[in-house]
Design a protein. Structure first.
Length: 150
């Protein structure tokens, strides 16, 4: 399992200051409390995982070999289609948010490896239960302020 602990579309330790600034301008991050809850839950159940950067894109037919190589050089471990948007909306709304990424198929080689991900219902159910448990580990959000009257 992969857990987006750092930024979507960024590297944890960029190789140059210029690259680091560019990545920060085009990245979004999960809430640290959410990541901590996810990590604690996975560790409590002895579930192997890695944390790292992920590349969010909706251009699945434009994931060229060159783009993939650049994202890998930046430290991205996965490519997916929604993490950065979720992180950005959660930050804008002030909502605690983290994400578990389930690596169902593999596009890192010359050919698509489907890995029969559609047949892994038990794994997806386990992932759902772990995510629910991680939510229960989060500290309660403060009560919202009552609406202004008058």
């Amino acid at each position: 399992m992969r857990c987006a602990r750092r930024r979507a579309t960024s590297a944890g330790t960029p190789s140059s200051p210029t690259l680091g600034r560019a990545l920060q301008r085009r990245s979004a991050s999960p809430t640290p409390q959410a990541v901590d809850a996810i990590v604690e839950t996975l560790e409590a159940h002895h579930v192997p995982f890695v944390t790292g950067a992920t590349w969010t894109t909706d251009a699945l037919y434009r994931e060229t070999r060159g783009k993939v190589e650049r994202r890998v050089a930046e430290g991205c471990l996965t490519v997916e289609m929604e993490a950065a948007a979720f992180f950005a909306v959660a930050a804008f709304r002030g909502v605690t948010f983290g994400q578990l990424l389930y690596a169902g198929d593999d596009l890192s080689g010359d050919a698509w490896d489907q890995r029969a991900w559609n047949d892994h219902t038990t794994g997806r159910e386990t992932l759902f239960r772990l995510a629910a448990e991680a939510v229960l580990r989060l500290p309660p959000d403060p009560a919202p302020a009552p609406p202004a009257t008058g």
